[in-house]
Design a protein around this ligand. Sequence first.
Ligand code: ASP
Ligand code: MG
Length: 819
Amino acid sequence: MKVLKFGGTSIQDGERIRNVLGIIREAMRDTPVIVVVSAFRKVTDLLLDAAVKAGEGDAGYSKKFDEIEALHKDLVDDLIDEGRKKEVEKFLLEELAELSDVLHGVCLLRELSDKSRALIMSFGERCSAWIISCFLRQEGVEASYVDARNMIVTDSNHCDARVDMKASVRRIKARLKKGSGVPVVTGYIGAAPDGTATTLGRGGSDYTATIVGSAIGAAEIQIWTDVDGFFSADPKRVRDAYALPFISYGEALELSHSGARILHPYSVHPAMKAGIPIRIRNSFNPDAEGTRIGVLEDKGGGGGRPVTGLSSINNVVLLNLSGSGMVGVPGIASRLFSCLARHMINIIFISQASSEQSISLVIDYSRADKARKILEKEFAREIAARQIESLTLKKRIAIIAVVGNNMSGHPGVSAHLFETLGKNGINVIAVAQGSNEMNISFVVESRDEDKALNCVHESFFLSRRTVHVFIAGTGTIAKSLIGQLREHSLILRKEMDLDVVVSGMANTRMMAVRDDGIDLGNWEKALKPRNDGKTVRDYIERIRSMNLHNTIFVDCTASGDVAESYPDLLASNISVVTANKLGMAGSWELYETIRNAQRSSNARFLYETNVGAGLPIINTLNDLRNSGDKIIKIEGVLSGTLSYIFNEMRKGGKFSEIVRKAKEAGYTEPDPREDLSGADFARKFLILGRELGYRLDYEDIECESLVPEHLREEMSVEAFMEKLGSADADYDEKIRKAAENDMTIAYAGEICDGKARISVKMLPVTNPVAGLNGTENMVVFTTDRYLDTPLVVKGPGAGGEVTAGGVFADILRIASYLI
Ligand code: ASP
Ligand code: MG
């Protein structure tokens, strides 16, 4: 025997019911079949609405009744041939007439007792089972209608009745043995000892199926629904969640209790006791294997992953009772629980620390105010005596449960779980783990629910990890970065199992955001004029409200405003990679704020490209310092433009002509004086100095300007370029003089003993700086360990591609920290 239960959506219309006919026929090939059905889709809700309205004396209930009647008549019209219709409708009309009478009575009395409510609710399954049994017969399947009120015996708690298993089993056996063919059983309903209709709680048809299945010793109980089975997490919240082929009874219990609405939680027990496997199947996708629920050993000794599934419950409230007067006083917890139980308030989550200073509970939102009231009364004496100092309710929270049989005795699961949450800046408000070690539940703010589900799911279930990148700026560096990301993304996926998803781009006018990633082949089209304000704040607010896991903000601008937002980003646990110097070379105040934010954040902050673009300068410096080397001196050339000018002069060129050539080649800013002043170079030295631990401001960097003194008054760029020749003789003279002593000149900087100077220097021709070419940058570290032969980092220190490459490397560094 097999039991096949079909939920409301699986039989929502004629087409779906014909589909179900096919499923039943297929199953009947191997074994006899028992069918259990829910009410048709929406019917139970309509019945409930009608009942409540009638109970309020509102004649509007009849509208709901009409809807129910029409829905069933339409289905009969669709499914049943003319010749048989009369016979089918006869019973249906009798049922509907009874329903109408009951509702009318309730309306007159203006009183909806649990007894009447359960009776009203029972019509849904009564009608659906009847129509489906008639349809099956018409199609040649010998089927009979079975009213579960004659089989399932319950207590008199009419709307959420407990089943008397012993009595039910006897009746089910008797009833189902007699009949031949396919019994079509009404799900959800039973009868109290006095014969009145009862219901098993919403979604209770699953329970009917497992009760019937275990009573007759079925080989399998199939629950046909509209999803592929139990998922590793709710697929509506976690994009990469997948259907689980197998879970144990215990896991099914844990998951269905903690919010996965696939299976009625009670329904696991009868099957588990009888050792009958349950299979969740999708009637919309019958080819899918579905999820099999059985004993753990079936899987082969439980060698699988420690965590099987995640689920969450939202719209709950955290209730906290705390006070030093609770310590060592027995009975507080007992009174707390009894008081809630007396008022039928269900407790979803409990946690008490061993200090006994506080007890935290989670209950349903709808019961929160009531709970506060009754507890304030219950503990009035203790509150007055200050033994209980506070009774607080925290709304807008969610519980997330991490479930798995194999967590037990498997160290490291919770460590991994909380590390993942921590790195994503998710605050855990309370934690509970039962000693069966099958479920770790924790409480977070509602706004973190999806983020927590996603990052935990990713870290336990997927080999592929995702980082979400938000780019600020759409200039040269951003463009190069996007090009590199596009080109390299396949390799990252293959070799690092990493998906770098660009979830946002913005400049001061345009913005594009998408949590599943902007199409990098078409990003210019994705950018839309910003209508939510045009400031950095708005973009950051947007990023924050998306609250994605593993988020990295990438600053490819040269904007002071953007730099000023780093502390906020870090405080929101968003990591930052920046090519923009205005943060680390900004005011000392800003610098310190960023540093402090970095220290107190779980997010990372990297800025390798601030000095020498992609050259490994900051990292080298930090590696040296962190490994205990002492930096004696840093020298170097950190301006591509100025490097070029001096390298060309050494080859015999004229200063003014070289500047002109550099300007034409785009090596300089539109106004070359900005380069010649040395400001950009000075900022990089400022960063290096600060990196060494010195408290330096921009003004502390002694920097010789190459703008000749007699040309420093206000003038246009053209005028300046015109007059620049007047400085040539001076440089010629310097070079000639130096050459006399086997020396040459260079524009270079030096940091030593907390002093930073940048100037035109005389150097021996053997100095590495004298050997630079083109726009090359170079940094020379003289340290305790690199004393006789200093450590040199040299290479192109500017340009979109190398800078973007450095930014990319920083992104990957953060990615490997996050995952
Ligand atoms: N029809 C009932 C409900 O909607 C029972 C079920 O569908 O399982 O709650
Ligand atoms: Mg249902």
